[in-house]
Design a protein around this ligand. Structure first.
Ligand code: PRT
Length: 134
């Protein structure tokens, strides 16, 4: 999939300077990021509606339109596909690490509530072994 998106990204870059009268991509660049964002949002909504309606073929078609409009917005924002792949790899590696750790160690240390702290203060007395009061 990334190859297809990368080829599309290069085609979008190449189309940016074509005649807006004949190239939709050039027209989107001419109209600017707000129009690109509007089209991207429209496509996202179309994908959602078709998915909710169970129209698989339409989801496929609208997803291709969504990815096209996303690629145009990337180009306009100076984002390259490899920038996105790098972030996705970072998350995969981070989550992958999380999957290897026992769930218990993933819990953040709880801050003792005042009642707990009051119940079991740990007193470190200089020069003596720290004692726990119960
Ligand atoms: N991959 C695409 C691509 N996918 C979708 N689309 C356009 O995006 C439209 C889908 O968005 P919409 O449903 O909003 O379009 P619409 O219903 O016609 O409504 P409007 O946007 O016209 O108002 C499709 O009808 C296509 O015209 C694309 N237009 C171009 N490309 C590629 O982009 C490159 C540059 O092509 P040009 O823009 O034609 O130079 C080429 O590699 C093309 O293959």
């Amino acid at each position: 999939m990334s190859d297809s998106l990368e080829r599309l990204y290069l085609a979008v870059l190449a189309a940016r300077d074509l005649d807006p009268a004949t190239s939709r991509t050039a027209r989107l660049f001419q109209r600017g990021p707000s129009q690109m964002a509007k089209k991207l949002a429209e496509e996202a909504i179309e994908v959602v509606i078709d998915a909710v309606n169970g129209d698989t073929e339409a989801v496929i078609r609208e997803s291709a339109d969504l990815l096209y409009n996303l690629t145009v917005l990337w180009a306009s924002a100076g984002v390259r596909p490899e920038d996105v792949w790098r972030e996705m790899t970072r998350r995969e590696e981070m989550l992958g690490i999380a999957e290897k750790l026992p769930k218990s160690s993933m819990k953040l240390p709880k801050v003792a509530s005042p009642s707990v702290a009051a119940r079991r203060p740990i007193v470190a007395i200089e020069g003596r072994v720290a004692r726990k009061r119960h």
